[in-house]
Design a protein around this ligand. Sequence first.
Ligand code: SF4
Length: 367
Amino acid sequence: MLSKSKQPLLSIQNLVKYFPIRKGIFSRVVANVHAVDDVSFDIPEGETLSLVGESGCGKTTTGRTLLRLIEPTSGKIFYNGTDIANASTSQMRALRKDMQIVFQDPYGSLNPRMTIQSIVEEGLIIQGGYTASERKDLVCQTLKKCGLDPSYISRYPHEFSGGQRQRVCIARALVLSPKFVVLDEPISALDVSIQAQIINLLADLRDEYNLTYLFISHDLSVVEYLSNHVAVMYLGKIVEMADKATLYGNPVHPYTQALLSAIPTVDPSKRRSRIVLQGDVPSPINPPQGCHFHPRCPHATERCRTEAPQLINIGTADNVHQVRCFLAEKDFGTSGQTIQTVEKKEPTPPKQPQGKSKKKSGKKRRK
Ligand code: SF4
C-alpha cells in the first residue's frame, strides 16, 4: 500500500501472468514467458499511479490483466473491496462500466468502418438502458468534454488527425462515466505538439470527474507531470515504488537512477550525470538467477547473482517507499520492512488438448 491515509479504489496483490510456450504436435508447455511476476500495488480513489519501465517489462500486460482483458495466472484484484479476479463474465460486464481503458494506438483501436457515434456509443448499447436519443446526447456531451465538435459524430476515423482520434478513444472510455481508467501509453503514437494537449485533457478530466488512473508510459517527464505515485518495473517485477516527489527526488534502485538520468532537462542545475546501462534486457522466458537486474547493474555483487532481493519499505508507514535491492537493505539497515515475499510459483499448466497419446497428460499545465 502506498499510503494508509486513503482507501484504495483498486488494489492488486501478488498478480502473476505467465504466457505458456507450447511445442510439438501435442502443444506441450515447454516454458513460460514471465510477463508479470508477483506484482502488488494500490491506487487510491482520484489519484494516478504510473507504471514505467523499458518495452517488454510487463507494464501493458499488468494493465490488461487487472481489467481481465487477459486472464491472470494467479493473484488477487480488488476493485472497491471486491475480488474480481474470479468474477463471472456477467459480473465483469457490469464492472466494465466503471473500469475502462484507452489503448496506445489511436489508429489501430478505432474501427475504420464505424462512424464516431457508433464507436463512442457501443459501450452504452452493450450496457443497455439508454434510448437512441439519450445515447446520441451522451455521445455529443462526451465528445464536447474531450474537445471535439459534436457535429463530427457522423464522420469516420480516417477523417481525423492522430490527436483527434485519441480524443475519440478517450470519449469512448468516458462515455459510461467510469471511475477507473487504464491509460496504456496514450500519447506515445502522437506528435510531440499534440502530446501536451492530450495530457492536459487527461489531467483536467481526472480533476473534474475524480477519475482514478493507471498511467502506463516510458516517458518519465510526462509521468512526473501526471502522477501521484510511480512504480518502476523491470522484467515483470516492481523494483521501486513511491510517491512522485520521493521517487524523482531520491531514487534508490540503480535501474530507477539510470532511467531518471536519461530525462532531458533545460535547467543545468537539475541535470543528473548520465548512467548508461550496458547490455539488453534479458529474456523473460528465462530471467537471470538472483536479482533479475544483476547482469546490467553497476553495483552487482556475488550475493546479487545468487539471491533474489525482497521488496522492502524504506519509507514510513504513511509514506511508503518500496525498493527491491540489497543496497537499500544495507543503507537503511533493519528499518526496512519486507513488503512482499518473492514466492516463485510455477503456474498450473493449462489442460493439454485431448489426443490419442497414451502418455499422462503466467496544477501546473504542461507546455
Ligand atoms: Fe544491483 Fe544487486 Fe541491487 Fe540488484 S540487488 S539492483 S544487482 S545492487
